[in-house]
Design a protein around this ligand. Structure first.
Ligand SMILES: Nc1ncnc2c1ncn2[C@@H]1O[C@H](COP(=O)(O)OP(=O)(O)OP(=O)(O)O)[C@@H](O)[C@H]1O
Ligand SMILES: [Mg+2]
Length: 301
């Protein structure tokens, strides 16, 4: 039995409405979501009453330092946490409650209308099966294609994700590919199968900067298409300002600030958010100064 990579990837539309972008109801509304980790008799709170929502055509960015609870929040929403964790609060997706829903219902949703790109791509592939077989199984859950069309779709996905020798890659096993390549395959599948909601957890961290740029462009293109709701987790304020309409900043498991991306980045009220933003600006200033210095040297040479 192959691992259920479709559960981590893309799906079909649930036929949501086609109303104007501004007045859409959220497709996902999360209220007071908390995550606790049980260790013996102790119970650690990892996510503390976090609330957010995202509508069709909208992108929510989640920002925060390592360990702040970004991945835990998304895994809790998706039902990807095991029995050592307790999740409380509410998460309504397309009218149905996800907190406390059966693993089967959650698996079906992840395999149909919600696409997930996880931080650790290796965990989403079965080491025993070739990439092509795993991609085929995922696509076949959504579309009924002839084997020739299936092959050309898989090649198109890999080409879109800037993977060279796609035919060769389809014959490989996961351990024969880099983490960045696996991440790109996940992203390619996630965005090609027409989901209602994409949750992307630091989707481009393992990818080189040139591919990162083109893959970010793909995410932005899909977002501008207006059909998909997106949650995009990133450490990178530059990336978030490119794609997100609104952001939630997390610190120690709590949402310390939320709002429109410009409002938060230009006028943050929270001390921690201001610290993150000033750090980012300082790094960008040094980076630009270094680029200008090199350009000047180039002119003098
Ligand atoms: N499997 C686990 N069991 C117990 N605690 C965990 C587990 N995974 C993460 N945690 C803890 O949960 C908290 C939140 O972790 P989380 O993975 O959500 O952070 P993050 O914001 O996604 O960080 P990063 O930016 O490094 O991915 C951290 O304190 C972390 O140590
Ligand atoms: Mg994480």
């Amino acid at each position: 039995m192959q691992k259920d990579i479709s559960g981590q990837m893309a799906g079909n539309k649930t036929g949501n409405s086609t109303r104007g972008a501004q007045d859409r109801d959220p497709i996902l509304r999360v209220t007071d979501l908390s995550v606790f980790f049980r260790e013996g008799k102790k119970r650690h709170c990892l996510v503390d009453r976090v609330s957010f929502s995202v509508a069709q055509g909208e992108c929510l960015g989640i920002l925060g330092e390592s360990g702040s609870g970004k991945s835990m929040t998304c895994k809790a929403v998706l039902g990807l946490l095991d029995k050592n964790f307790d999740v409380t609060g509410s998460s309504i997706f397309d009218g149905g409650e996800l907190v406390g829903a059966s693993p089967e219902k959650l698996r079906r949703l992840r395999g149909s209308s919600i696409s997930v790109v996880l931080q650790n791509p290796m965990s989403c592939f079965d080491p025993l099966y070739r990439i092509g077989d795993q991609m085929e199984e995922t696509i076949a859950e959504h579309m009924n294609l002839s084997s020739r069309t299936m092959l050309s779709m898989m090649i198109d996905i890999l080409t879109l994700m800037r993977i060279r020798d796609p035919k060769d890659v389809l014959r490989k096993y996961p351990h024969q590919l880099s983490g960045g390549m696996l991440q790109r395959i996940m992203i390619g599948l996630a965005i090609s199968l027409d989901p209602v909601l994409i949750i992307a957890d630091e989707p481009t961290t393992a990818i080189d900067s040139i591919s990162q740029y083109s893959i970010m462009n793909e995410f932005v293109r899909i977002k501008h298409g207006g059909d998909v709701a997106m949650i995009f987790i990133s450490h990178d304020l530059g990336v978030l300002s490119l794609i997100a309409d609104k952001v939630m900043v997390m610190h120690n498991g709590r949402a310390v600030e939320s709002g429109g991306v410009k409002e938060v980045f230009d006028n943050s009220k929270d001390e921690y958010t201001s610290h993150l933003i000033s750090q980012h600006k300082a790094v960008m200033k040094r980076f630009l100064a270094a680029i200008h210095a090199r350009a000047r040297q180039g002119v003098q040479a």
